[in-house]
Design a protein around this ligand. Sequence first.
Ligand code: URA
Length: 316
Amino acid sequence: MKEALHAIAEELRRLRSLGVRTVPVSEEALQALRSAVAAQGPVATVQSEPPQTAVVAETTPPTPAKQRAERPAAPSREPAAKPRTLPLAPPPFTLGEGTKQERWERLREGVLGDPVCQAQLRPGKKVVLGVGDLDATVFFCGEAPGAEEEVEGEPFVGPAGQKLTRIINAMDLSREQVYIGNIMNWRPRIDDQTGPEQTGNRPPTDEELGYCLPYLKAQLAIVQPRVIVALGATAAKGLLGPGSFRQVGEVRGRWLAYEGIPLRVTYHPSYLLRQDDMGKVAGMRARRSVWEDMLQVMEHLGMPISEKQRGYFLKT
Ligand code: URA
């Protein structure tokens, strides 16, 4: 079996060197591979990456995906080892057949159990996947979990999340009627901080973005929204590609597309919080800019817009 796994890993490396980034695998084959890897013990890994970039050897032995998904990371005094380099993408996965709910739950199990995502966490913290209506017309995409999100395992539940909820409510929608996700599935670690808690956030690297992007794409493939709203520069960069713009202002205020889905870029709710701190006028201006983007989204979707809604944040 070891030889067979080795041969598969070699073949994946060969395909990768040819530029192949995903390999369709049936659910049965994937299960069989998982069992084979589990039977090899903790050092075995099936990765589409050369060994020097493989990162799972020192993590917990493979366990059934469901168990891993429900189990919080084991508390420990030592922060989990951060891999120096990440594989370019998660192991090939397929959403398989079934209802949206079934495919989303399979995806969730896979993401929450992904050993690379797990290895990025501080002790006791959680990998985060998007939440919401799988039939949502609007898909809000943020940057990465923050302090509150990595504890709850849910996106946008901290102060920026409260701001986002207010924006959604102002559109006459609820959080349950939209889908809310992030480019990243873990909170990017600041490595010179020791201990389980982290102060502050840092933007993800291109490498980190690249690793998580297939999971975001999978969520988009399930939800099939009519509009994506990219919240802030990182989300826009993840969707439009690194180097596609320098400042959010360059891509804001017009319709773009991500793989055929209309895309609107707006400011991140954290930016609104920072502008609020700078004073009433700055806060109001930033809110109006975001609101104009949301009015465009509502118009695009044919949602009714009241006069009151049109007038939000026009006066200080
Ligand atoms: N900021 C984000 O971009 N995402 C979250 O989930 C929380 C804060």
